[in-house]
Design a protein. Structure first.
Length: 89
């Protein structure tokens, strides 16, 4: 998200760059990629929540115990991977 802000700020400072079709395509692609990543994280965590709930409710908890299903952890992003990637022009 921070990288997108810096990209859009860069575009505001350089009007010629803002009009460049390649730069506009890059902005759009970065926005789409961040949206896809956020959606995938949300989908994974929602699925894990439903799975963990099924482990606790009858009758699916009986099947889960018979087959050794265990509670899953939510997706945690390591701190070093949360760093903003550097985009240089």
């Amino acid at each position: 998200t921070d990288s997108l802000k810096s990209i859009f700020a860069l575009a505001e400072n350089y009007p010629d760059l803002k009009a460049n079709q390649n730069f506009l395509a890059l902005q759009e692609e970065l926005t789409n990629t961040e949206n896809k990543i956020a959606y995938s994280r949300q989908l994974y965590n929602s699925t894990v929540a439903m799975f963990n709930e099924k482990l606790l409710t009858f009758p699916s908890n009986l099947v889960a115990k018979m087959h050794g299903f265990k509670k899953l952890d939510y997706l945690q992003t390591p701190t070093e991977e949360k760093a903003v990637p550097q985009v240089k022009f």
